[in-house]
Design a protein around this ligand. Structure first.
Ligand SMILES: Nc1nc2c(c(=O)[nH]1)N[C@H]1C(S)=C(S)[C@@H](COP(=O)(O)O)O[C@H]1N2
Ligand SMILES: [Mo]
Length: 525
């Protein structure tokens, strides 16, 4: 205890604080200057993105299972703590041995620069904000650490500093705290200013707002009136854009000017094709309802959404490019370097895989891929649903591996048949009597023909299926249950259009999607 108070009164905490203030300066200066550069090149974003790229599948799976769609917030908190601790250490090291501390800061700067310039579609000049931030941080660290050195109360002033002799003003703790506080305040203002500045400079959101979508040449099939489950509380059949799950590796949403957007179709093709956004607006577009599903969705999870998409069938683009014999895959790449491997024939058949520009009657929201993304019925998003897509390479599975395939996930990802219980919720307490059980099931491109419910291991009983809109959308169901007091287990399973019953076999999301029957425990009073 005594030791601790002594340590606290000594120079180490002050030096650590100096380190933290210097780190804040590095990041905030980079943030402010970064307003004039590519947003994804900001140090924290670039570092986080690099970290994500090195994330092994089990960790991605763990992050999504634990934090769901808050996985990015969790990453930022983790990074913040790491940076804080490293900054403390660097501050203390710089106090003890300036050259070593300075080298440490430069090393960190170099690491950040390396992670900035290796991002996809980032130019070398995008390293400028980080470089300037690092220099500013180094200067601030020197000034603050010097104040700690000059505190009269410390006997252990390094000899080289003491040797500089008299004439240097002697500092006080109060002066040190004032300087550090001012630095922190300046860093805060710079960071907020940088944010505001980049928001003001970005006109992509405004351009999206004022974009008028063309009407489709082929309208979406009419949705039957009875698609919604009879059980109250089941997810809306059509997912509003604001509620649509979001999964991607992008820490800062790419901002692409639609007028500058271009899609390059190349590789094993007779004719390389380039497509502009205007080409898409002028083309014969189609509209259709498609349910997207994430491979990371656990049994009973909610990483799925159903929307009305407006776009150009990819088939039409491929017709112009004319794939060569031997090609069996299209590698689609986004502006930020994510890629997906989609079987060529899936993009050519009549399931209407599309380059989508509209979602539920609006231009794609920025986070869902503005201005253009892929939507491919029947495949998990990681092998098909490339957002901010800018490149289609016709190639072969044998020759190229997509982003998640390089990280241990499978190279193909047909969606597995899945049924989930949404009401009552797991561990709900419900009154005895008639209880409406309900939920959603999906088996995109095969369709759902049956959903069955099993209570406490009794015989499977058929649920009431709501109307089917199409085989590429999810389908809801309900089940009237005469609930008796006690604890009960509700299980559900679906049968797809080929007659195959959803497998009971439990599988983790890695490598090609979770399987198994969901079981929900409820208490009846
Ligand atoms: N550019 C890009 N596109 C991407 C991803 C990504 O990380 N980056 N993730 C894919 C995955 S894993 C899924 S499940 C879907 C999710 O689309 P959504 O966020 O619009 O729901 O996008 C796909 N497209
Ligand atoms: Mo996904």
């Amino acid at each position: 205890m005594k030791k601790l108070t002594k340590w606290l009164k000594g120079p180490a905490p002050l030096a650590a604080l100096a380190g933290v203030a210097a780190a804040a300066v590095v990041l905030s200066v980079a943030e402010m200057i970064g307003a004039f550069f590519t947003a994804r090149a900001a140090p924290v974003i670039a570092l986080g993105s690099t970290f994500i790229d090195f994330t092994p599948p089990w960790m991605k799976d763990f992050a999504i299972a634990t934090f769901g769609t808050n996985d990015k917030a969790a990453l930022f908190v983790g990074m913040g703590l790491t940076i804080f601790l490293l900054a403390c250490v660097l501050g203390v090291v710089a106090y003890r041995k300036w050259a070593l501390g300075a080298a440490g800061v430069l090393l960190m700067g170099a690491i950040i620069v390396a992670s900035v310039v290796t991002r996809a579609s980032v130019k070398p000049v995008d390293a400028v904000p980080t470089l300037l931030g690092t220099v500013a941080g180094l200067i601030v660290l020197r000034l603050l650490v010097a104040r700690v050195w000059r505190l009269q109360s410390f006997p252990d002033v390094p000899a080289d500093v003491a040797a500089k002799g008299p004439g240097r003003p002697v500092s006080t703790r109060r002066a040190f705290f004032t300087a550090t506080g001012l630095t922190a305040a300046a860093a805060g203002i710079a960071a907020i200013g940088g944010r505001l500045l980049s928001a003001a400079r970005s006109n992509v959101a405004q351009a999206r707002e004022s974009l008028r979508l063309p009407s489709p040449g082929k309208a979406a099939a009419t949705v039957p009136a009875g698609v919604q489950s009879a059980a109250p509380g089941v997810t809306p059949w059509l997912t509003p854009n604001g509620d649509f799950y979001r999964i991607d590796t992008a820490l800062s949403v790419p901002e692409i000017n639609a007028e500058e957007w271009e899609l390059r179709v190349h590789g094993l093709v007779e004719q390389e094709v380039r497509l502009t956004f205007q080409d898409l607006l002028d083309a014969e577009l189609i509209e259709s309802h498609v349910t997207l599903t994430c491979v990371s969705n656990p049994v009973g999870g909610n990483l799925a959404g159903n929307a009305k998409w407006l776009g150009l069938p990819i088939r039409e683009v491929l017709k112009r490019a004319r794939p060569k014999d031997g090609a069996d895959m299209v590698l689609s790449t986004s502006i930020d370097g994510f890629s997906a491997s989609t079987p060529l024939e899936v993009l050519q058949d009549d399931r209407d895989a599309m380059l989508a520009i509209g979602m539920n009657g609006e231009p794609l929201p920025l986070e869902h891929g503005y201005p253009v993304r892929m939507v491919v019925p029947g495949l998990y998003g990681f092998v098909s649903a490339t957002k901010w897509v800018v490149d289609l390479e016709v190639t072969r599975f044998a020759d190229s591996k997509a982003y998640w395939t390089q990280r241990g996930w499978s190279e193909r990802g047909p969606i597995k048949t899945m049924a989930r219980v949404e009401v009552p919720k797991s561990f709900a307490v419900v009154p005895a009597g008639r209880v409406a059980i309900g939920g959603t099931a999906w088996a995109q491109t095969r369709g759902i023909t049956k959903v069955e419910v099993q209570i406490d291991g009794a015989d499977w009983a058929p649920a009431v299926l709501s109307e089917e809109a199409s085989v590429v959308t999810w389908q809801q169901w309900s089940f009237d249950w005469d609930a008796k007091p006690g604890s009960h287990y509700i299980k559900v399973r679906a049968t797809d259009g080929t007659g195959e019953v959803q497998t009971e076999k439990r599988a983790d999301p890695v490598p090609d999607g979770a399987s198994g029957w969901q079981s929900v425990m409820v208490t009846v009073e």
